[in-house]
Design a protein around this ligand. Structure first.
Ligand SMILES: [Zn+2]
Length: 320
């Protein structure tokens, strides 16, 4: 049915041209040094165990899932230690190969990122921004100022690293678009009121939820991989969000902001469910207008979601 007839909604697509984005790659030496250092640090089991205790605790579900999937023989720390050392050796070669592949497919990646964004955004020619592929243990994809940093190390665990890069870039470049107008207050500022922080968390929930939707990422897949029942996780996420909306204590809000976005967690899920429900209900044409509105005023999505919730008993409520 796509032959010959121009569908009316195709005129709605924005032209997002990412020619001004530059792509940079770390050198092969940096990758080799990274894994060489990692292996040297891991030589001593007792020291490794000491350093990894918190990490092992945090990843308990993920480890249980790996045992279930047959990736690990048992959940004992020593087994994980050996597994990680083997992985580090393998990863070095994988990372070098992935880096080469991405470098050779930059045009395709840039065009596809622009296409995904254009489906949802109006015409946009962003200014210069830099995409840097390097070893970055702190985060897999992150944006700071005009620089998006991509961790090559995490890409080595992906079945389809190029697809992951397209999704991750669309996500981060969407944040750049949101930020162009909507300058969030500096989180380090001390004169900030609790109300500001609360609004910031709401804005961040909407921003992340939209970034996930626009980029084509799947939070279901992300959480199932870590051994979670996604439907249960959605319900739990809304529970935490309702508690958050009823919370006015500054210190508690700080904790929520620190915790609920980690690892694409609860508030990503809430933001994404809200955005998806509004899109389903209102359709693409309206939704594109709502995204533009949300750039100036992100909470607008919560208002729309409340109305939709009132008519649809199957949706999770955001009010207590
Ligand atoms: Zn994000």
């Amino acid at each position: 049915m796509s032959h010959g007839i121009e569908r009316p909604e195709s005129r709605q697509e924005g032209s997002v041209v990412l020619d001004a984005l530059s792509f940079e790659f770390c050198g092969d030496d940096l990758v080799r040094d990274f894994y060489g250092k990692k292996l040297r640090e891991m030589e001593d089991y007792t020291k490794w165990l000491e350093d990894s205790r918190e990490n092992l605790e945090q990843n308990r579900e993920k480890i249980a899932k790996a045992v279930e999937d047959g990736l690990l023989n048992d959940p004992e720390p020593e087994t994980i230690w050996k597994f990680q050392a083997d992985k580090a050796r393998e990863s070095q070669e994988k990372v070098l190969a992935i880096k080469k592949e991405i470098e050779s497919r930059i045009k395709e990646i840039r065009d596809e990122t622009g296409r995904r964004l254009g489906k949802f955004l109006p015409d946009w020619f962003p200014g210069e921004a830099r995409i840097t592929f390097t070893m970055n243990e702190k985060a897999d994809f992150c944006v700071e100022g005009e620089t998006v940093t991509v961790d090559l190390g995490r890409l080595s665990f992906e079945q389809n690293p190029v697809e992951k890069v397209k999704e991750g870039l669309a996500h981060e470049v969407f944040h750049l678009w949101m930020k162009e107008k909507n300058k969030r207050p500096d989180p380090e500022r001390s004169d900030e009121t609790d109300d500001d922080l609360k609004n910031q968390i709401i804005s961040r929930t909407v921003d992340e939820g939209l970034a996930v939707l626009v980029s084509g990422q799947s939070l279901a897949e992300h959480h199932q991989k870590q051994g979670r029942d996604y439907q249960e996780y959605i319900a739990e996420s809304f529970e935490f969000f309702r508690e958050f909306l009823a919370q006015d204590d500054g210190a508690e809000l700080e904790k929520i902001n620190e915790k609920e976005f980690r690892n694409m967690g609860h508030f990503y899920v809430v933001g994404n469910e809200i955005a998806a429900a509004v899109l389903r209900q209102d359709g693409m044409e309206k939704f594109r207008g709502q995204i533009v509105e949300a750039r100036d005023n992100p909470p607008v999505f919560l208002g729309r979601y409340r109305k939709i919730c009132g008519k649809n008993a199957g949706l999770h409520k955001i009010d207590p």
